[in-house]
Design a protein around this ligand. Structure first.
Ligand SMILES: [Zn+2]
Length: 407
């Protein structure tokens, strides 16, 4: 009996020592924040105010109400080379809530990029990011979800956090940013956001690390990934060939940092209502070229949710047009006012996207030979055949890709 007790005590001591060492490691990995949380953002110009330079945007006339950023929740899918830098910028800007999704771990092979540090190797990317971000700004609510959004459970969790993670009271998140590196995750995010009617931003960097893009995705107004597969600006890249043993995509901290900067700039414009957000903004490092394109959804998209969103957008445009006509303004003022309000809730100015065309079911085809970096599943390809993509510029996808390829 006495021997058993002694053994138990010994085991307990060993376990306590083990836990103490784990705790010490965790404490080391989690820098204590150097400041207390701040209840209200102040414009006071003192060295100790982390928000003075951001609040100065109001005085400079760029932003009407900067503090509004604290009521915004942003969901980031993918916390790699672009997503981690994006998360840091939004944290420093004082966004209200950041919801992070990634299934990967930090590796030494990531150290050519920004944000993660060698001592974090082996940790889950979202957990490591959460610690760093809370150390930078404890005012931001950070949620870390270490899961793969292309699995059934991962997708369900992503969907529920996108639908309920918003501020202030748990509606949809204010926006979602896709910073992923594969087709499946992009398509999953696109289908979910179209279904929820959530405006989101897609980003990407090419496998040769010298070009990238940011794309504004507004369900019903811009193409979903069933209308138009993701545009990847590098020529001839097939990610499946990159997954082979010993072969990997190239990456540069410069291109990833630039794309993250463009992505967060667009996000701030959306969230705070200033400037104009380009529907598609490309970047070619080889020639310092930033192409801007305007893309329209396919009226014959195989995704029913996308077609439904297109009809809603056409209806809202018709109501807004009716409101703008003096004769009809009186008859339908309340409905039109509501429609105008709902269409302007981001306070952004967009290139005309021809809601009338979508309403009339008229399609402006991109011509034959449309080709993207990914192939559309057979059924969707058949349905999309009459008009795979529509662009204001008159350039087909083929032209656009050829243009990027020549850079
Ligand atoms: Zn679509």
């Amino acid at each position: 009996m006495a021997t058993t007790d002694a053994n138990n005590v010994e085991q307990l001591r060993a376990r306590v020592a083990e836990l103490e060492s784990e705790l010490a490691e965790l404490r080391q990995a989690q820098p204590a924040s150097a400041r207390q949380r701040i209840d209200r953002m102040s414009a006071e110009v003192v060295d100790s105010n982390p928000y003075s330079r951001l609040m100065a945007l109001q005085r400079m006339g760029v932003v009407q109400n900067y503090e509004r950023i604290r009521e915004q929740a942003v969901l980031i899918v993918g916390v790699g080379g672009v997503g981690s830098v994006t998360a840091e910028m939004l944290t420093r800007c004082g966004v209200g809530r950041l919801i992070l999704f990634d299934y990967d771990k930090v590796e030494m092979a990531n150290m050519n990029r920004l944000f993660f540090q060698p001592h974090q190797a082996g940790l889950s990317k979202v957990e490591a990011a959460k610690r760093t971000l809370l150390g930078i700004n404890p005012d931001v609510q950070i949620e870390a979800h270490s899961c793969n959004v292309t699995t059934m459970e991962g997708y369900e969790l992503l969907r529920s956090r996108a639908a309920e993670g918003g501020l202030p009271d748990g509606g949809p998140v204010q926006t979602l940013l896709a910073c992923v590196d594969n087709y499946e995750a992009r398509v999953a995010v696109s289908a979910m956001c179209t279904e929820l009617g959530l405006t989101w931003l897609e980003s990407g960097v090419s496998e040769d690390a010298v070009s990238g893009h940011v794309q504004l995705m507004r369900p019903g107004r811009t193409p979903c990934f069933a209308c138009l597969p993701p545009l990847v600006v590098a020529e001839g890249g097939d990610e499946r060939t990159l997954k082979r043993e010993g072969v990997c995509a190239a990456s540069l901290p410069t291109t990833m940092g630039i794309v993250a900067g463009l992505l967060v700039q667009a996000t701030l414009k959306l969230l705070l209502g200033f400037g104009r957000v380009s529907p598609y903004l490309g970047y070619s490092a080889m020639t310092d070229f930033f192409p801007v394109e305007s893309l329209k959804p396919n009226p014959d998209c195989a995704e029913p949710a996308c077609q439904r969103r297109q009809r809603e957008a056409a209806k809202a445009d018709a109501a807004a047009a009716a409101a703008a006509t003096p004769d009809s303004a009186e008859q339908d003022s309340s409905a039109a006012a509501a429609a105008v309000h709902s269409e302007n809730d981001w306070c952004i100015e967009l290139v005309e996207e021809g809601g009338d065309e979508a309403a009339a079911g008229r399609s402006v085809g991109a011509g034959g030979g449309v080709r993207t970096a990914y192939s559309v599943p057979a059924a969707a390809a058949d349905a999309a055949a009459p008009a795979a993509a529509v662009q204001d510029s008159g350039l087909s996808l083929e032209d656009l890709r050829a243009q990027m390829g020549r850079l």
